[in-house]
Design a protein around this ligand. Sequence first.
Ligand code: GLU
Length: 555
Amino acid sequence: MENTKLSELSALIFPDLCDSDTVESLEELFPQRNLPEGAKVTRIAPSPTGSMHLGNLYGALADERVAHSSGNGVFMLRIEDTDDKREVPGAVEKIIKYLGGFGLNFDEGATADGDSGNYGPYRQRARAKYYHIIARKLLLDGRAYPCFCTEEQLKAAHDVQEAAKDNFGYYGKYAVHRDMPIEEAIEKIKNGEKFVLRFRSMGDPTKKTPFKDSIKGNLEVPENDQDFVLLKSDGIPTYHLAHIVDDHFMRTTDVIRGEEWLSTLAWHIELWNACGFKRPRYSHTSQVLKFDEEIGSKRKMSKRKDPECSLEFYYTTGYPRASVIEYLMTLLNSNYEQWRSANPDKDYREFPFSANKMSPSGALFDLAKLNDISKNVIARMSAEEVYAGVSEWAKEYDPDFYSLISRDPAFTTAIFAIGRGGKKPRKDFACWAEVKDFISYFFEETFAMDENEYPANVSAEDRTAILSEYAQNYKTEPDNNAWFETVKNLSEKLGFTSDMKAYKADPTAFKGSVADVSTVIRVAITGRQNSPDLFAICNLLGEDTVKARISAEVK
Ligand code: GLU
């Protein structure tokens, strides 16, 4: 009798399901994956809100590494589109493009216009039937029930809990519809009353379940007693139900997700058990933090306050993908830096990545450190690679600069060759957006003189004397040494000294040193005090340009 009533209730709640829609049918439809021993299956499950932040990349890199360093593992993209109000058109494309740009490619999952893989659909809204099948099983097993509480009733209960200093939520005496007779529920549904489907918890929060998290270690989780919502009134699942159903039938082996999910972990543990499914391994990643100079302490990164929080930032400023990945790897695995020093030339993918080595407390993001790493990454590139990186970036983000540098690719590449290679390569820029300023003086269009750059201790007359002397005798020198000899001779001739020791001992004996003379020449040619090797710059600019720039400064 009870059973017939339960079947009637179930038919009312799940009119979309027929008898053949069973859990067993799903088990058959999505068989265990035939993967080599130890291969791991991971996924990211972002919402299609169109905004991607550093935390997303950080988490995705962990997922990708865990899957791909496990030997034939699988890295999936699942879209959590259950909240259509937040959905932004084109968001999935953006996720794929932005992560793909950092070398993270999915083996399976949602694609821009569909799906790829045998465990889909990979968009949650297209999986309604699967959630309903499991929810129906829970209902028939007595582990789920409809709840007709209105918003107002829930709010009133919340107020009572607040006054009584009780835990919030739907449990114990507050779970008012938990024991509603089935006939009454049937009646209400027939009358068109709105309802949600809740889980029927059997947990006792005074008891603790031991739980092993790959990152946080051994935890003790108090049992759940919340009758949380499984299906909302429109039949759409909550994260909790969708997580269990999807990760079970997609055969995820490792759930790597943010630590904000620890607070509902007990719900998930109980739900896995109620469904009779084997739980995957869990890794709860800590948040990406930043040191805030203003408040003098660490805080969560914020999209509003920190431009570097958004992934867009790394594209618009043009950080090479290798730099960002290299930095995130150091944040993700504490032993990465040590491995990198021992293996400077290896691809980061060769590093034996392990979730166990991830920091259980927050990862501290430091833009200065990223810049440092990026300068090193760029310093190790060939001039051709730098040219390719800069022009690819400029094409999209700075078209004027792109036309300038692509006018004569060989010339631009030669600029990047200055100071490159050798034991101590120059480390000028951390991202491609910084290049424009560094090389502006190589192009007439962007060359700018700044009088203030001239050394203050050289008088206007001496400056003119140095420059006219230099221009008159200017010739293309055979090498750097010969060039410096010329500058030394010129210095001596004009009362400056090339003997640095003598200059230090008694600076008043001279007008200045050869350093001042070469700075004057450097400023006249480049418009700035700091530049790479001036001899190489002169060679590249050519005699006519050098002479013209110097003559323009003889005033
Ligand atoms: N959409 C969820 C989030 O971004 C997914 C969590 C998970 O990976 O299970 O937090």
